[in-house]
Design a protein around this ligand. Structure first.
Ligand SMILES: [Zn+2]
Length: 275
């Protein structure tokens, strides 16, 4: 069995950088503005008025996308989570560690043991997706920073009408804001203490993002939200190699992870899911 990745020490660190480009317009919205000149549905903007993509938004779509991918290799049996790949986070009783299992007296006895033992137990019981992205019981290993424009990002306003479905008439008009196609956003993902299968999962998700299969934000039904990753850079620091760690401490440069090693991680993932 592969080594458990707990938080007692830094075993490795992974940094992925790239640029996320808007192929079509997209909108990651914020709550409606009260100003009369503002659009009814503005996009997320920082205090300088620059649009940005919260890291949590990208993380959310990547997580649900990999859950679907994982389930193609490890199907859910009779509508229940059965494997190690991806539990079903929207249904509490189908989490990899359901609430009652954490609360049951027999399991509580485990919790009375040291925190380290509990952490190990939670890790062992958790599905692969929860191990990487976190769960109510397990801290996430991966952090998505907010994505800010790498160059210019133009905002556009579009008109829409709301239809009254009963009367089949126009109920009212409204406008919504989008980020125009062509804008690029700087992407950075950081992960610590990740196993090869988890790296494989993340890289698989990024392949999908590179191919343009993942859509971001709202109004997808109107054709919005196509994004594409480019200029991907994968850096990896192996904390078990003293030489690499020293080099990093001296120069703060992480070595790149070569293509072959990336491919190995993806293969490791496939073996895990089929095994
Ligand atoms: Zn899970």
């Amino acid at each position: 069995m592969a080594e458990r990745m707990l938080w007692d020490r830094m075993r490795n660190r992974l940094v992925i950088r790239g640029e996320l480009e808007a192929v079509t317009a997209f909108r990651v919205g914020q709550a409606a503005e009260t100003s009369p000149v503002a659009p009814d549905l503005p996009v997320m903007q920082d205090e300088r008025g620059r649009p940005y993509i919260p890291g949590s938004s990208l993380r959310g779509v990547l997580r649900s996308h990999v859950e679907r991918l994982v389930r193609t290799l490890q199907p859910v049996e009779n509508g229940r989570y059965a494997g190690r790949g991806a539990c079903i986070p929207v249904h509490e009783n189908q989490w990899c560690i359901p609430k009652e299992k954490m609360e049951k007296p027999s399991e509580k006895a485990r919790m009375d043991k040291t925190g380290f033992e509990l952490a190990a137990w939670v890790y062992d019981q958790s599905c692969l997706v929860c191990r990487l992205f976190g769960s109510p019981w397990l801290a996430s290993r991966v952090r998505f920073t907010d994505l800010f424009p790498a160059g210019e990002a133009v905002l556009e306003e579009r008109d829409a009408v709301a239809i009254d479905r009963e009367k089949e008439t126009v109920a009212h008009k409204y406008d919504f804001q989008v980020v125009a196609p062509g804008a690029g956003f700087a992407l950075e993902i950081l992960a610590e203490n990740v196993q090869d299968v988890e790296i494989g999962l993340l890289l698989w998700a990024l392949n999908e993002l590179e191919e343009g299969f993942i859509r971001l934000g709202g109004f997808k039904g109107r054709g919005l939200g196509r994004v594409k990753l480019s200029r991907r850079e994968v850096l990896f620091l192996d904390g078990t190699r003293a030489g690499d760690l020293l080099q990093y401490a001296r120069k703060r440069e992480m070595p790149p992870m070569d293509e072959r090693r990336q491919q190995e991680c993806i293969e490791e993932l496939f073996n895990f899911l089929r095994g």
